[in-house]
Design a protein around this ligand. Sequence first.
Ligand code: SF4
Ligand code: SF4
Length: 256
Amino acid sequence: MPVKDQIEAFVTKYIVSYRGNNSKADFWGAPLFAYADANDPLFLELKHIISPTHLLPAELLPDSKTVIAYFIPFNKPVVDSNVAGEMSSEQWANGYIETNKLIVGINEALSKELKKQGYQSVILPPTHNFDENTLISDWSHKHIGYIAGLGTFGLHQMLITEKGCCGRLGSLVTDAVIEPTPRPVQEYCLYKHNKTCRRCVARCFSGALKTEAFDRHRCYELLLENHRHHNRKELADVCGKCVSIVPCSFQRPKSS
Ligand code: SF4
Ligand code: SF4
């Protein structure tokens, strides 16, 4: 079986088994996968677009060949639960915390599996790998997902995939050679496509998200307010109002 198929089967099985071992962890649909050439010139662009400190695949793994990116969508009940009110729902916060744990588990297990087959890999944390003052990450899963062809950016700054934008992204760098996934040729976001939607802007109670600008610091204040609200031992820096029940929540909008 090609290594790509083995990876996808391994991760999919891991999620099913994780859910089976934890009856409270019923948050997810089936994952999506995409693969980038580790030498894709867009990785270098991230040093200009995001920060000079944003890492290149080769800075993580000198002989890297491929970046594996995946998206784990939240299921409908999780997203539905997050529509009402100004604070994120408990289910949304739980889904975020549990998915971060799941991604750590997937990456560690997949890295071991790749090693058994003779491939090196480097795993990345699912989140909280950013500077708390600038809020800039040294490895942006959203941008990695874009380069790998998982989807395109929405007006809400999130990646819209074939299974929407509600979920979490993970990635690994490996020296296994896997054919890159073609990037989408059109914008999935309806605003970017033909300006027919701004639902996410209307959903942002804090005013952080505007049509022409995004205030990441105002957004992060809201995420921390949610963390205090949920009062969990794990960091629940969540909100997700701008992605919960909008045209791109569960799929690429039909007319995009
Ligand atoms: S809600 Fe509409 S405008 Fe906002 S990202 Fe989704 S498709 Fe684009
Ligand atoms: S996560 Fe919350 S605060 Fe941030 S842009 Fe979306 S709705 Fe606004």
